[in-house]
Design a protein around this ligand. Sequence first.
Ligand SMILES: Cc1ncc(C[n+]2csc(CCOP(=O)(O)OP(=O)(O)O)c2C)c(N)n1
Ligand SMILES: [Mg+2]
Length: 605
Amino acid sequence: MRLTVAQALVRFLSQQYSSRDGAEHRLVEGCFGIFGHGNVAGIGQALAAQGAGTSSALPYYLARNEQAMVHTAVGFAKMRNRLSTFACTSSIGPGATNMVTGAALATINRIPVLLLPGDIFATRVANPVLQELEDPRSLDVSVNDAFRPVSRYFDRINRPEQLPSALMQAMRVLTDPAETGAVTLALPQDVQAESFDWPSELFDRRVWHVARPVPEPAALRRALDLIRGSERPLIVAGGGVIYSEAWEALRAFATEYGVPVAETQAGKGALPWDSPLSVGAVGHTGTAAANELARSADLVIGIGTRYSDFTTASRTLFGQARFLNINVTAFDAAKNGAVMLVADARAALEALRPGGWRAPASWTSRAASLARSWWSFRAGPSLTQEAVLEDLREVMHPADVVVNAAGSMPGDLHRLWRVTDAKGYHVEYGYSCMGYEIAGGLGVKLAAPAREVFVLVGDGSYLMLAQEIATSVQEGVKLVIVLVDNHGFASIGNLSESVGAQRLGTAYRLRGASGELDGVYVPVDLAANAASLGADVLTADDRESLRAALAKAREAVRTTVVYVETVPGGSAPSSGAWWDVPVAQEPGEIHDRYQEAKRDQRPYL
Ligand SMILES: Cc1ncc(C[n+]2csc(CCOP(=O)(O)OP(=O)(O)O)c2C)c(N)n1
Ligand SMILES: [Mg+2]
């Protein structure tokens, strides 16, 4: 079959499916793209030739920023538990490197996305082309080599003959739960346009089976021995529980054996917040309940977690506990000197049957009473961020989704948000990338159109990347965007103060008479900005008007921004768990406190 490389690629992608538990899904549901030289005449022509509308074989979507379109693909794939994703095509040079941050985000969060950056001529006849990086050491280098460390598979298609085997490897990585992340196929612009005779079987319908690896019998025995010897076990549920759809198996295991369950950011929602064995978030942004149990646990059963520093409170949280790590990725299972159980989360939980063993009733009831007292917290009357979350919770329905990524909100959400639906909590905290919120939320809504999607975004994050509001308007994909304005970086401001950096550069203020950034707030009208991008905007100035605005936005059919200015403060109890941010090695209280906290660290496990 004679087609260009780009046409063959588009045709191939339209025939790929994933399959798990007997259900098939389109693997690549569509293609986001921003055109320029490097993709307009190749992939652009191929998409146009097949008719790029939503009913075509590979529907095309126009985004506003290349980084944002990768976020949207990630939001989509995360919401679909990694069974479906999007492709993203860019021009060469800046269009391509704009996607590098998105690639890192996808790979760090273990979320599949297919990136198709344009690349310089393979033939080199016209080089240096516009936007080409010239490396005096080698003409083989292009800016796309920056994708290598942030991709789980990277290839450059220098000849048409290379395409079929590269595509097979790309699909393998996208659908392998242990390997998945960003997959990058760099496509030299001359090669994209080249015609070639392809074997017709390249375009056969192909199903990629997403595995549920079962535990090896000997590893299972070792795990059971460890569990049976434990008197104070604690489960730490990570994103792997959600992606594996293991929440029911987790509930059954925890209930049968009386094991309390704490959750990481990616794992939040693994159990409903009010489930008898749930103790909520764990780690630096955790609940006092989970963290107290973590300190006294003798066994931590990590399921589908990669133990980020937020989860382990920089390795200070888990006292003297031993670890049993259930993970589909051996790399993660090996962490913390654990007994490893390399397996799919659901398959492992179903196989783990520690016979007559059960955690002592005193341990289980201690967990329940700690959790009860944690959830008794109520926000005060003023418009703090905690109050915004409380009002939002009243308005949102159980299946609605909350989306967030960076700033002070992920921590507040992790500690305080009450999740009832396993897919109701979507916080990107692997990369915690400012700018993910709106773009990622768009992907969530595309993946789950029947749910209401509430994007929470801080003013700092909004100012970095809000343009996808225009894309949501273009596509008629409705979002509720709650824009929380505190005139700068509340999160980093507080951190800065605690590490001796005096809040430098964390408030949006005019340069004052002293020459410092200490004048009045920069007069940016974010509500007007959102309206200018095509959203309906509602402004709230107290808790009552906020609840009314949120309810109205929920009922709206168009993308609606609820703008709210918050006041500092809040009284939610602290997590009581540290985070290691090295401070200047100078005599004084800050460094003394740092040294003291470090004493609890178990750094070399
Ligand atoms: C792309 C990116 N740049 C910088 C950071 C570091 N950072 C984390 S939170 C934050 C401030 C976020 O401000 P805002 O969105 O207003 O949230 P707030 O802290 O005020 O709640 C910064 C600069 C980041 N996470 N991502
Ligand atoms: Mg802010």
